[in-house]
Design a protein around this ligand. Structure first.
Ligand SMILES: NC(=O)c1ccc[n+]([C@@H]2O[C@H](COP(=O)([O-])OP(=O)(O)OC[C@H]3O[C@@H](n4cnc5c(N)ncnc54)[C@H](OP(=O)(O)O)[C@@H]3O)[C@@H](O)[C@H]2O)c1
Length: 232
């Protein structure tokens, strides 16, 4: 496996934890962030960091700790979901704002804070974990206003970041990881959904393949875990 330094948010559980473990086991230096560092995986290659993406001071503290040390890949995984089948009646201003703050602003602020370190990396990449539900083109069910709108905003942010950072050789990916076998994924029980859940270990391997594949879109488009570009 190609190695380097990676920063992962939301690394205490779910996909973020699996990504941190997979790359640390593959020889990467992984700076793993979680609100409760006690939840982070331990072991060679993992540097535990306290990180709450809702707290600008926490983001700034992580960036200060990293300093100018090169970061090759930032994986923005931390995310919140408004629950399965959240309806128009369920829309709450605070929940909308929190979803925006975690799912859209969080990745943007972390990427901007880590730019000095990403500029030192080799072929650096910002990988924002988005989701199919952020696609306006693929929205056939409605509902989930907070989650859908915040992930659509993350898709827009990913594209702007890609355009703004292209001259510096920093690529951006907005990834739909699939329906995950995690706390968030298991809360979604759709009897009509024929697709199987995917394990986070498999998605971590897919992310490795995407990082290593020169054909992977780095221009901020929404792609699935096999690298296929999806409609915004
Ligand atoms: N699950 C799916 O089927 C699915 C599908 C498409 C996209 N996604 C996206 O994939 C990503 C990972 O999802 P998952 O299924 O692994 O979710 P999960 O099991 O619910 O884990 C969510 C992670 O986000 C962290 N987080 C939430 N708010 C945070 C904050 N303010 N600061 C820092 N970390 C915060 C959580 O930390 P705590 O432990 O501290 O709460 C946890 O580590 C998310 O962005 C999600 O939207 C998931």
């Amino acid at each position: 496996m190609k190695t380097g330094t990676m920063v992962v948010s939301g690394a205490g559980r779910g996909l973020g934890r699996a990504v941190a473990e997979h790359f640390a086991q593959g020889g990467w230096r992984v700076i793993a962030g979680a609100r409760d560092p006690g939840e982070l995986p331990r072991g060679e290659g993992v540097l535990a960091a306290e990180l709450d993406v809702l707290d600008p001071q926490s983001v700034a503290a992580l960036a200060t700790a990293v300093g100018m040390a090169p970061v090759d890949v930032l994986v923005n995984v931390a995310g919140v979901f408004d629950g399965p089948g959240a309806t128009l009646d369920d829309v709450r201003r605070e929940e909308m704002m929190e979803a925006f703050a975690v799912n859209a602003l969080g990745p943007l602020e972390l990427a901007r804070a880590l730019l000095p370190a990403l500029r030192q990396g080799r072929g650096s990449l910002i990988l924002n974990v988005s989701g199919l539900m952020g696609s306006i083109g693929l929205n056939k069910d409605g509902g989930n206003y907070a989650y859908r709108a915040s992930k659509a905003a993350l898709n827009a942010i990913s594209r702007s970041l890609a355009l703004d950072l292209a001259d510096e050789g920093i690529g951006v990916v907005a990834l739909h990881p699939g329906w995950l076998d995690t706390d968030m994924g298991r809360s979604w029980r759709d009897p009509h959904d024929q697709h199987d859940m995917v394990s986070v270990a498999d998605v971590a391997r897919d992310i490795q393949r995407l990082l290593e594949d020169p054909a992977t879109d780095r221009e901020g488009r929404l792609i699935d875990r096999h690298g296929t570009v999806l409609p915004w």
